[in-house]
Ligand binder design. Structure first.
Ligand code: AMP
Ligand code: GLY
Length: 425
């Protein structure tokens, strides 16, 4: 079987390393991939958002199965086009990917089907949104651009002045483009956050092991929001009891709601949850594997991932038992100094052999090959994942490897997993 993976970050590298374990897979291709991915897959210079280019490539290389990993091609309907061209795929069609593509859609879905989430109001013009926030006068409040915004479309103002400025930037200055035509203003929730990725074929839903992301750039959850600076799995706050409650009140109702709307979701549905004093609530849905959640979840998967992908494609997921290891996993992201703001590219990376390092798995997010030298090419550069009998051991292994990998001005958080360890005490 020849598998094509669309995308080129750490999440795609984690998918590829897992697909490589499948005995049925003979060849893996990736577009566009990156320097480190090219050790594991044949990379082709086709952009992940170029639907026509991806279909053409899939035909040329005679792909048997195409995995579409990032949000933007999913929301744009790449899976629909691939299916029309006759390819078996993993990932939702556009009609279902809207669950991430529009926050207005997802909030209205949750309200209609009684799925617990923060209270909210939708606005299509800045003046009304600003008046509402002024009258409500409760801070912090939460303001979300409706559409995709590279994970940056959420602001949490502490004052009216900040909220007004944020609304005007999103809706009038259009800092996220058309994504800011509508905004959701919602209630600020508190509690530990949990990421749960779930496989679903639209008939049944099989949650994966839980994880915890660390979104801020600096230790102590300070600094700017990033795509994610590290993850651990399992998430100690996510007890069996809470998992059962989420299954009943959130996961199954969401799958049923999407079916009822004629938008059957097939693929990986990501539930961003907050465990509030009033119970678990949905903060966000993503229509895809999370990054860097995938880098701690998939290493714990024991079942052949191609069996899962095919079962979802064929809508026979309920017949497949999915097994997970009891190990804990930790992933520490090494980023370029300056990220998530401006950072240099092209810096030589040392301490890796064929892109890897003993005792851990190195997932490449922003690397390129310059001749036979590996260099930085993105904000998040590498994800260093280790497994251990417990989280402490996984973190020790991961951080030991982080210290041996060097490039100029590398930046990583030193407290990944700290909150999770404290919660275990
Ligand atoms: P998102 O881009 O939707 O993942 O939001 C980014 C982050 O903003 C989340 O991980 C939360 O930490 C925070 N957030 C989003 N919505 C809320 C909310 N209603 N209350 C508190 N924090 C929130
Ligand atoms: N780590 C959060 C996301 O993938 O959106």
């Amino acid at each position: 079987m020849k598998v094509l993976v669309v995308g080129g970050g750490g999440r795609e590298h984690a998918l590829i390393r897992k697909i490589k374990e499948s005995e049925r897979v003979t060849e893996i291709a990736c577009c566009p991939g990156n320097g480190g991915i090219s050790y594991d897959a044949q990379c082709y210079p086709v952009s992940a958002t170029d639907t026509d280019g991806v279909v053409k490539l899939a035909k040329e290389i005679k792909a048997d199965f195409v995995v579409v990993a990032p949000d933007d091609p999913l929301v744009a309907g790449m899976v629909d086009t691939l299916n029309e061209a006759g390819f078996a795929t993993f990932g939702p069609k556009a009609a279902a990917a809207v669950i991430e593509g529009s926050k207005v859609f997802s909030k209205n879905l949750m309200l209609k089907y009684n799925i617990p989430t923060a209270e909210y109001k939708v606005f299509d013009n800045a003046e009304d949104a600003v008046s509402y926030v002024r009258e409500k006068n409760e801070f912090p409040t939460v303001i979300k651009a409706d559409g995709l915004a590279l994970g940056k479309g959420v602001i949490i103002p502490e004052s009216f002045a900040e909220a007004e400025a944020g609304i005007r930037e999103i809706m009038q200055d259009k800092i996220f483009g058309e994504s800011g035509n509508n905004v959701v203003v919602e209630e600020f929730l508190t509690g530990p956050e949990v990421s749960v990725l779930a496989f679903t074929d639209g008939k049944c839903v099989k949650p994966m092991v839980s994880s915890m992301d660390h979104k801020r750039a600096l230790d102590g959850d300070k600094g700017l929001n990033t795509g994610g600076m590290g993850t651990v799995s399992p998430n100690p706050y996510y007890t069996d009891e809470i998992a059962a409650e989420c299954m009943d009140k959130i996961f199954i109702p969401t799958i049923q709601a999407m079916n009822a709307e004629g938008r059957t979701f097939k693929g990986c549905l990501y539930f961003g949850l907050m465990l509030t004093p009033k119970g678990p609530k949905v903060i966000e849905y993503n229509c895809r594997f999370g990054d860097p959640e995938t880098q701690v979840v998939l290493p714990r998967l024991k079942t052949d991932i191609m069996d899962i992908f095919e079962a979802i494609n064929n809508e026979t997921l309920s017949e497949l038992a999915i097994e997970w290891s009891d190990d804990a996993a930790a992933c520490v992201i090494i980023a370029s100094g300056g990220y998530p703001k401006a950072y240099p590219k092209g810096l030589e990376i040392t301490g890796l052999e064929n892109g890897q390092c003993d005792g851990v798995v190195v997932y490449h997010a922003g690397t390129a090959l310059n001749g036979d030298k590996l260099v930085t090419s993105g904000g998040r550069v590498l994800g260093i994942t280790a497994l251990g009998k417990d989280l402490q051991q996984a973190l020790e292994k991961s951080y030991a490897a982080v210290d041996t990998i060097q490039f100029e001005n590398k930046h990583f958080r030193k407290d990944i997993g700290k909150r999770a360890l404290d919660a275990c005490k």
